[in-house]
Design a protein around this ligand. Sequence first.
Ligand SMILES: C[S@@+](CC[C@H](N)C(=O)[O-])C[C@H]1O[C@@H](n2cnc3c(N)ncnc32)[C@H](O)[C@@H]1O
Length: 265
Amino acid sequence: MRMRKKKNLAPRMEKCESVWVKNPKEYKGGWKHLFGNDNSIHLEIGCGKGAFITGMAKKYPNINFLAVEKVEDVIVMAMEKAVKNELKNVYFIDINAEDLTDIFAEGEIERIYLNFSDPWKKKKQAKRRLTHKNFLDCYKKILKPEGYIWFKTDNKDMFEFSINSFAEENFKLENITFDLHNSDFKDNVMTEYERRFSEIGMPIYRLEAVYLGWEDKRVKPNILDKLPLDKIQSVKLPHGKIPFDKIPVIGKKTEKTADVPALKE
Ligand SMILES: C[S@@+](CC[C@H](N)C(=O)[O-])C[C@H]1O[C@@H](n2cnc3c(N)ncnc32)[C@H](O)[C@@H]1O
């Protein structure tokens, strides 16, 4: 997300100090102390202007939310939303996601949200995608075993890339939909990008990826065996490259074929 440099950025950031974590390294392993409770912690990476994370915090007061965003001009708008709404269960961290393991201990995060992550279309830019193997390795370290990543995007190529990346990194994929807004998923909270794209009729792709366990003690057998089947729609993808039209979709499939306009990178 490119933004013009904001006037008065520093004082605006300071006005948000009640929700801004300036020294995130100090909380590594102890984020629950910041919140003052043992509720589970959900993390959004690349929160943009914050409609999603503030919406979630309002909707789920018993969950602790953290949002990471690398662009200060953008995170300030997200923080202002949280302050305006007097939210007590959300904090913001202005770092690059590359540094997540500096600020979170193993298994500290219950769920990660990746919403409309920049697709970085050129092959040589693939490492910057937030679903690249290098980032997934990092998420594995901070996620609890059986922790989830919820991912949604308007970008078909990014979705295909990500499905393969998750599958190759021992995530199990569930509830894949090619058209979120016409799917059975009812708990959706919209992001700024999502609103923009859906208003022009674009389908939104979504999946949930569950992490099967830390590398050295992978949960076996498959954790889904423990869950009632009628509670879960799941699909385990074989490792390897899977063409988009071969991706198995469980549940209602209402695919649209609109071309996906490129986002600015
Ligand atoms: C396309 S925008 C989507 C914003 C928001 N999630 C939404 O759906 O409206 C992607 C956001 O992710 C942020 N971002 C991209 N890479 C990041 C990284 N490595 N660390 C932190 N934030 C990142 C960008 O600065 C941008 O604000």
